[in-house]
Design a protein. Structure first.
Length: 225
Protein backbone atom coordinates (compact mmCIF):
# COMPACT_ATOMS: atom_id res chain seq x y z
CA UNK A 1 0.00 0.00 0.00
CA UNK A 2 1.37 3.46 -0.90
CA UNK A 3 2.14 6.00 1.80
CA UNK A 4 -0.69 8.23 0.57
CA UNK A 5 -3.17 5.37 0.58
CA UNK A 6 -2.04 4.37 4.06
CA UNK A 7 -2.50 7.95 5.28
CA UNK A 8 -6.01 8.06 3.82
CA UNK A 9 -6.84 4.74 5.46
CA UNK A 10 -5.68 5.91 8.87
CA UNK A 11 -7.71 9.11 8.55
CA UNK A 12 -10.89 7.07 8.22
CA UNK A 13 -13.43 8.07 10.93
CA UNK A 14 -13.72 4.49 12.18
CA UNK A 15 -9.95 4.24 12.66
CA UNK A 16 -9.92 7.58 14.43
CA UNK A 17 -12.56 6.14 16.71
CA UNK A 18 -10.40 3.08 17.38
CA UNK A 19 -7.48 5.32 18.32
CA UNK A 20 -9.63 7.36 20.71
CA UNK A 21 -10.88 4.16 22.34
CA UNK A 22 -7.34 2.77 22.64
CA UNK A 23 -6.03 5.94 24.30
CA UNK A 24 -9.01 6.14 26.65
CA UNK A 25 -8.47 2.58 27.79
CA UNK A 26 -4.75 3.21 28.28
CA UNK A 27 -5.71 6.10 30.57
CA UNK A 28 -7.70 3.65 32.68
CA UNK A 29 -11.17 4.90 31.83
CA UNK A 30 -14.47 3.42 30.83
CA UNK A 31 -16.45 5.68 28.53
CA UNK A 32 -18.54 6.95 31.46
CA UNK A 33 -15.60 7.66 33.76
CA UNK A 34 -13.78 9.46 30.93
CA UNK A 35 -16.87 11.59 30.34
CA UNK A 36 -16.94 12.54 34.01
CA UNK A 37 -13.24 13.43 34.13
CA UNK A 38 -13.11 15.27 30.80
CA UNK A 39 -16.42 17.12 30.79
CA UNK A 40 -17.21 15.63 27.37
CA UNK A 41 -20.54 13.85 27.32
CA UNK A 42 -20.54 10.07 27.10
CA UNK A 43 -22.81 10.30 24.03
CA UNK A 44 -20.29 12.53 22.26
CA UNK A 45 -17.42 10.19 23.12
CA UNK A 46 -19.43 7.26 21.81
CA UNK A 47 -20.20 9.14 18.57
CA UNK A 48 -16.47 9.80 18.12
CA UNK A 49 -15.44 6.25 18.95
CA UNK A 50 -18.19 4.60 16.90
CA UNK A 51 -19.08 7.14 14.18
CA UNK A 52 -22.12 6.30 12.03
CA UNK A 53 -21.32 5.48 8.42
CA UNK A 54 -22.64 8.84 7.19
CA UNK A 55 -20.70 10.95 9.69
CA UNK A 56 -17.12 12.22 9.68
CA UNK A 57 -16.38 11.42 13.31
CA UNK A 58 -14.13 13.51 15.50
CA UNK A 59 -13.08 17.01 14.41
CA UNK A 60 -9.81 18.85 15.06
CA UNK A 61 -11.46 20.71 17.94
CA UNK A 62 -12.69 17.42 19.40
CA UNK A 63 -9.22 15.90 19.10
CA UNK A 64 -7.82 18.86 21.03
CA UNK A 65 -10.36 18.30 23.83
CA UNK A 66 -9.55 14.58 23.96
CA UNK A 67 -5.76 15.09 24.07
CA UNK A 68 -6.06 17.71 26.80
CA UNK A 69 -8.15 15.33 28.89
CA UNK A 70 -5.73 12.46 28.28
CA UNK A 71 -2.66 14.54 29.12
CA UNK A 72 -4.32 15.77 32.32
CA UNK A 73 -5.13 12.14 33.17
CA UNK A 74 -1.59 10.83 32.81
CA UNK A 75 -1.42 9.74 29.18
CA UNK A 76 0.70 11.59 26.63
CA UNK A 77 -1.16 11.77 23.32
CA UNK A 78 -1.11 14.11 20.32
CA UNK A 79 -3.84 15.40 18.04
CA UNK A 80 -1.88 14.19 14.99
CA UNK A 81 -1.96 10.63 16.28
CA UNK A 82 -5.67 10.72 17.04
CA UNK A 83 -6.59 12.23 13.67
CA UNK A 84 -4.02 10.74 11.31
CA UNK A 85 -2.10 8.02 13.16
CA UNK A 86 1.06 10.14 12.81
CA UNK A 87 3.83 10.55 15.34
CA UNK A 88 4.18 9.00 18.79
CA UNK A 89 1.28 6.95 20.08
CA UNK A 90 -0.25 7.29 23.54
CA UNK A 91 2.12 6.53 26.42
CA UNK A 92 1.61 6.57 30.18
CA UNK A 93 3.37 9.55 31.77
CA UNK A 94 2.27 8.76 35.32
CA UNK A 95 -0.25 6.62 37.10
CA UNK A 96 -3.61 6.96 35.40
CA UNK A 97 -6.78 6.61 37.51
CA UNK A 98 -8.32 3.24 38.22
CA UNK A 99 -12.02 2.50 38.45
CA UNK A 100 -13.50 2.93 41.91
CA UNK A 101 -15.63 -0.20 41.75
CA UNK A 102 -14.49 -2.56 38.98
CA UNK A 103 -16.64 -5.39 40.33
CA UNK A 104 -19.76 -3.52 39.17
CA UNK A 105 -18.61 -3.50 35.53
CA UNK A 106 -19.60 -6.16 33.04
CA UNK A 107 -16.19 -6.88 31.54
CA UNK A 108 -16.13 -7.12 27.76
CA UNK A 109 -13.08 -7.89 25.67
CA UNK A 110 -11.80 -4.31 25.67
CA UNK A 111 -12.42 -3.78 29.36
CA UNK A 112 -10.51 -7.00 30.06
CA UNK A 113 -7.51 -5.50 28.27
CA UNK A 114 -7.92 -2.35 30.32
CA UNK A 115 -8.01 -4.41 33.52
CA UNK A 116 -4.81 -6.18 32.46
CA UNK A 117 -3.14 -2.81 31.86
CA UNK A 118 -4.01 -1.68 35.38
CA UNK A 119 -2.77 -4.98 36.83
CA UNK A 120 0.57 -4.57 35.06
CA UNK A 121 0.89 -1.00 36.31
CA UNK A 122 0.08 -2.07 39.87
CA UNK A 123 2.64 -4.88 39.92
CA UNK A 124 5.59 -3.06 38.34
CA UNK A 125 7.46 -0.20 40.02
CA UNK A 126 8.29 1.72 36.82
CA UNK A 127 5.92 0.66 34.05
CA UNK A 128 6.27 1.78 30.46
CA UNK A 129 3.04 1.08 28.57
CA UNK A 130 2.24 2.12 25.01
CA UNK A 131 0.29 1.24 21.88
CA UNK A 132 1.82 -0.12 18.69
CA UNK A 133 1.48 2.66 16.10
CA UNK A 134 3.08 1.11 13.01
CA UNK A 135 3.72 -2.26 11.39
CA UNK A 136 7.46 -2.33 12.07
CA UNK A 137 7.27 -5.32 14.43
CA UNK A 138 4.92 -7.57 12.46
CA UNK A 139 4.40 -10.51 12.92
CA UNK A 140 5.03 -10.19 16.66
CA UNK A 141 3.04 -7.02 17.32
CA UNK A 142 0.37 -5.36 15.17
CA UNK A 143 -0.97 -1.84 14.86
CA UNK A 144 -3.24 -1.12 17.82
CA UNK A 145 -1.79 -3.75 20.19
CA UNK A 146 -0.78 -2.82 23.73
CA UNK A 147 2.72 -3.59 25.03
CA UNK A 148 4.45 -2.93 28.31
CA UNK A 149 7.68 -3.43 30.20
CA UNK A 150 9.69 -2.11 33.12
CA UNK A 151 11.50 1.14 32.42
CA UNK A 152 15.34 1.26 32.32
CA UNK A 153 17.60 4.28 32.00
CA UNK A 154 21.29 5.01 31.48
CA UNK A 155 23.74 2.12 31.29
CA UNK A 156 20.99 -0.32 32.31
CA UNK A 157 19.62 -0.07 28.77
CA UNK A 158 22.69 -1.98 27.53
CA UNK A 159 21.24 -5.16 29.02
CA UNK A 160 18.44 -4.96 26.42
CA UNK A 161 20.64 -5.51 23.36
CA UNK A 162 19.01 -8.04 21.03
CA UNK A 163 15.55 -7.66 22.60
CA UNK A 164 12.27 -6.19 21.41
CA UNK A 165 11.75 -3.02 23.40
CA UNK A 166 9.68 0.06 23.93
CA UNK A 167 12.07 2.97 23.46
CA UNK A 168 11.61 6.67 24.13
CA UNK A 169 13.70 8.66 21.67
CA UNK A 170 13.30 12.44 21.79
CA UNK A 171 9.54 13.02 21.67
CA UNK A 172 8.82 9.66 20.05
CA UNK A 173 7.85 6.34 21.61
CA UNK A 174 8.61 3.36 19.37
CA UNK A 175 8.71 -0.41 19.59
CA UNK A 176 11.87 -1.73 17.96
CA UNK A 177 14.64 -4.28 18.49
CA UNK A 178 17.72 -2.77 20.12
CA UNK A 179 20.49 -4.21 17.96
CA UNK A 180 23.75 -2.51 18.90
CA UNK A 181 25.32 0.13 21.10
CA UNK A 182 28.66 1.93 20.79
CA UNK A 183 30.98 3.22 23.49
CA UNK A 184 29.16 6.55 23.53
CA UNK A 185 25.80 4.94 24.32
CA UNK A 186 24.49 5.52 20.80
CA UNK A 187 22.13 2.71 19.83
CA UNK A 188 20.96 1.07 16.63
CA UNK A 189 17.26 0.23 16.46
CA UNK A 190 15.80 -2.11 13.85
CA UNK A 191 12.34 -3.08 12.66
CA UNK A 192 11.49 -6.74 12.12
CA UNK A 193 9.28 -5.97 9.13
CA UNK A 194 11.43 -4.62 6.32
CA UNK A 195 8.52 -3.59 4.12
CA UNK A 196 9.64 -0.46 2.18
CA UNK A 197 6.64 1.49 3.53
CA UNK A 198 7.83 1.12 7.13
CA UNK A 199 9.28 4.44 8.35
CA UNK A 200 12.79 4.27 9.81
CA UNK A 201 13.34 0.51 9.52
CA UNK A 202 16.90 1.04 10.78
CA UNK A 203 17.83 3.91 13.09
CA UNK A 204 21.51 4.46 13.88
CA UNK A 205 23.34 6.65 16.40
CA UNK A 206 20.21 6.98 18.51
CA UNK A 207 20.20 8.37 22.04
CA UNK A 208 17.60 6.47 24.07
CA UNK A 209 15.98 8.34 26.96
CA UNK A 210 14.35 5.26 28.49
CA UNK A 211 13.66 1.72 27.31
CA UNK A 212 11.80 -1.37 28.45
CA UNK A 213 11.88 -4.93 27.20
CA UNK A 214 8.44 -5.94 25.96
CA UNK A 215 7.32 -8.48 28.56
CA UNK A 216 3.56 -7.92 28.31
CA UNK A 217 1.48 -7.87 25.14
CA UNK A 218 -2.24 -7.69 24.58
CA UNK A 219 -4.19 -7.54 21.37
CA UNK A 220 -7.67 -6.10 21.33
CA UNK A 221 -10.54 -6.34 18.90
CA UNK A 222 -9.79 -4.25 15.85
CA UNK A 223 -12.25 -3.33 13.16
CA UNK A 224 -10.06 -1.95 10.43
CA UNK A 225 -6.42 -1.96 11.56
Amino acid sequence: MSSRAEQQKRSDPALRGDRIKSARMLAGHTRQSFAESSGISANTIRAWEEPPANRNGITSNGAKRITEALNNGGVYCTEDWLLFGKGPGPTLINDAPSLDDPDNIEWGQEEAVFRDINAFKSNNPSPLVTIITDDAMVPFYSYGDYVAGTRRVGDNIRALIGLNCIVEVGDRTLVRRISMVDQNNHYTLTALNMDPNIPDPVMSDVTINTAAQVVWHRSREKNNF
